[in-house]
Design a protein around this ligand. Sequence first.
Ligand code: PSV
Ligand code: MN
Ligand code: MN
Length: 392
Amino acid sequence: MTSRSDVSAVKAALRTQAIETPSWAYGNSGTRFKVFAQPGVPRNPFEKLDDAAKVHEFTGAAPTVALHIPWDRVEGSGGYAKLAKHAEERGLTLGAINSNTFQDNDYKLGSVCHPDAAVRRKAVDHLFECVDIMDATGSKDLKLWFADGTNYPGQDDLRDRQDRLAEGLARVYERLGDDQRMLLEYKFFEPAFYATDVPDWGTAYAHCLKLGPKAQVVVDTGHHAPGTNIEFIVATLLREGKLGAFDFNSRFYADDDLMVGAADPFQLFRIMYEVIRGGGLASDVAFMLDQCHNIEAKIPAIIRSVMNVQEATAKALLVDGEALAAAQRAGDVLAANAVVMDAYNTDVRPLVAEVREESGLHPDPIAAYHASGWAGRIAAERVGGEQAGWGA
Ligand code: PSV
Ligand code: MN
Ligand code: MN
C-alpha cells in the first residue's frame, strides 16, 4: 500500500484537478419521449453560471463551465464579455465553446460534410462564430461534435465526405488564435445509423494529425461500442500528444449521458490510471462532463459527478507504481493485478474529504449544498420566462 509520504503527494495531485461542467447539464433535458421540467431550472446562461458557481463553491474543483452555441447565445454587443464577467465575479471562467451544427433543417444530410457547398459554408460560418465567441469570452477550446453521417449504403460518397470534412476543419483551424485549440469529438453512431463521418478515435486522430498541433481529440466516454477498451485509447492518444479533452459520463447502453462513475466506476478508475500514467493530470487535457440529468436533481447530480471523478482519480493515484512494475517485470500476473485491485478497492472517501477540509471546504459537498438552501431559493425566484434546456 501507499506510504504516508505518498499520501501527501496524492492529496497534492487531487488539489490540482479541475473538472469542467457543461452549461446544458443545468437545464432541462429528457429523452425523445418526454422532458420532465424541474423547478428552479435556469432561464438563461447567466443563471446557469449561478448554478455552476454553487458546484464550484462546494467542491472547489469545478472552476470552468462549457458553453453551447446557440443554446447559450447572448444577444447584443458586449454580451459575451458580460457573461465572462458574470462568471469571473463568481470565481468561474468560461471553458470550451461547443458548436451546434445539428439542430437546423439545413443539416438534414449533414453540416461540414453535406453534399451542398452552401450548407457546408453555413456550417463553417457557425464555427467561425464560435471562434469569435471564444475571442470574446477568453475560452481556449472549440469543441466540435458533428452529427454528420448517412443512413443507407450509397446515400453519399464516404470518401468525398471525408474530403469535405477535412476542408471545413482546415478553414476553421486557420482561424484559431495561437493559444486556442480545436477539439474533435467522435461518436460511433447516432443520429446516423449506417456511417458516421467521425465515428472513432482513429478518424478523429487522422484529421487532427493533418491539421496540426492545435487540433486534438475528445474522448467522450459514452461514444464507443460496448466492450471497447477506452483506457487503451486514452493511453495511445496521450502517447501521441493528441488527447485534448474528456467528455465524462456513463452509459449502460449507448450515449446514455448518465452521471460519470455511476454505471462503471471501475472503468473510470482504469481511465484515470492511464491519464496519470501518461502525465495527463498535469497537462492541458480538459476534464469535462457531458451529461444530462433527466430525472434527478441537477446541481447535486453534478456535484456527485465531480466527486466520482475525484474518487476515481484518488484510487488511480494510489496504485503502487513500484510494486506494479516489479510484478510486471517478474511476469507475476496475479501480483500485478492485485496491486491494481488493491488501489481500486480502497475506500478513498475519507481521503478526499480530508483534502476538502484542508482547503476550507465542507467534507460532504452534497450535504453542504442541501444545507445552503439554494435549491429552495431558485425554485422560488426563477418563475416566469422560458426554462433553458437541451435544445432550447
Ligand atoms: C451528442 O452525442 C452529444 O452528447 C455530444 O457528445 C456532444 O459533446 C454533446 O452532445 C453536446 O453537443
Ligand atoms: Mn460529448
Ligand atoms: Mn454524446
